[in-house]
Design a binder for this molecule. Sequence first.
Ligand SMILES: Cc1cc2nc3c(=O)[nH]c(=O)nc-3n(C[C@H](O)[C@H](O)[C@H](O)COP(=O)(O)OP(=O)(O)OC[C@H]3O[C@@H](n4cnc5c(N)ncnc54)[C@H](O)[C@@H]3O)c2cc1C
Length: 483
Amino acid sequence: MPERDVIVVGGGLAGLASAVALTEAGFHVTLLESRPRLGGRASSIVDAATGTVIDNCQHVSMGCCVNFQKLCRLTGTSDLFAVEPELHFIARDGKRNRLRNLGLPAPAHLAISFAAISYLSWRDKLSLARGVRALVLGKAPESGRFSDWLADQRQSRELIERFWTVVLVSALGESLDRIDFQYARQVFVQGFLRHRDAWQVHLLTIPLGEFYDRHLARWLKGRGAVVECKAGVAELELSADEQRVAAVHLRDGRRLAAEEFVLATAQDRADALLPMVVKQSHPFAGLSGLETAPITSVHLWLDRELTPLRHAVLVDRVGQWVFNRTAILRDASSPGEFAYQVVISNSRAVRDAFQTPQANGSQQQLIDTIWRELREIWPEAASARVLHARAITEHRAVFSVLPGIEHLRPPQQTPLINLQLAGDYTQTGWPATMEGAVRSGFLAAGNILQHQAEQHPDSPSTALLAPEMPAGWLARLLFGSRC
Ligand SMILES: Cc1cc2nc3c(=O)[nH]c(=O)nc-3n(C[C@H](O)[C@H](O)[C@H](O)COP(=O)(O)OP(=O)(O)OC[C@H]3O[C@@H](n4cnc5c(N)ncnc54)[C@H](O)[C@@H]3O)c2cc1C
């Protein structure tokens, strides 16, 4: 079988996943990334003030992210991740609640920890149990605002703020009135109820940039792929009959031809690059209708340890998750420095209050607010000095999982036979996550393999997606096919 050329445009996780899968299948891949670095929205940057490399924002994966794990297995990087054996929820009064598996089968595995949560009343806990049951087994609206469903279920304000919001805003990056019921249901079923290890948080122990450059890019290059940064694509050239893509034109004037193409940019760039012949057809016309939500991270460098915990989920606070970067990273920051990152998903309110010039606020006010919250939680660290701090807001961090969004998400296969889309926003069934991005990359690569299999019956298997975690026996017994 002749080696076929594929061009992948975009070096985020979607592009990297399709490049890895296609290289593995014997294609000659050229990956083109417009920025000087790989990783897209999940990447490292250099902090200008200190010259240190930091991740734009802490990224976490979960046990249920089976395709992201497959990408790591394929590239020999699985051992770069640490699995958190428990989750720490810190109540307003500073009390630490540990969520852990006490040996019971799913979906009961976390029930004992939930029953012991200090910041929910018994009434709310019972109401929560009823709510979770209805979420899985109740008559499910095909689509609809999750906040409306919560109101129908008579979940109290405290329960909504301290439980549903805490879990869903960090998982989906949106406010509950902008989350579709089906996505909320999926978070609970796939992340918490189906399998006893699905909820576990996986943390990368090296900076994201190193993960791409020293591992994924090296893996690709070692197998003959070309990986080029600062190689922005300006245009896709169509064949004379407008049935195929013939080549890409780079911003530096080069023209590169190939047999297959994967456009793995975020949706706004895809919308700008897609030929009119594609954009005229449904659902590719809907890309500009996808809305997005911001995520803000506050980075703090302290002169002493705040907490030895690697992570903590903050309840009733502006900051939502704290990550102890010094403890997470294998090669931590300089001696005598302790680095923490506080993540705020769906940070519109924070951005508007603190970070726009019109709001009469400043980045410093947000940093001060976060630092005050951390000292309230860990008063023993009150004497710590902030050596350096900065806030980063990714304004289009994730696409909003609004009701009706499924109609706007395009499939990977475009009407042009040799052009695939990849990106978290395409039809993957998942929200904007690393897992969703990798799934899209595998699905795009699978379509290309499928075309090849139609021409060459001896081609490798086209089934690239990893199998889902199987539902545990008790989950099957209680929820049947709904789980
Ligand atoms: C602050 C933040 C926190 C997040 N936290 C988490 C988390 O904890 N867990 C999780 O699973 N997910 C998280 N996400 C979501 C996750 O980062 C994204 O879903 C995922 O990285 C998207 O990958 P992608 O490849 O689809 O798109 P992108 O990462 O956007 O990649 C697209 C790439 O295409 C490149 N490109 C664009 N135009 C061109 C062009 N013309 N030519 C060549 N290249 C081009 C871009 O530079 C970019 O590198 C977070 C996102 C953000 C922003």
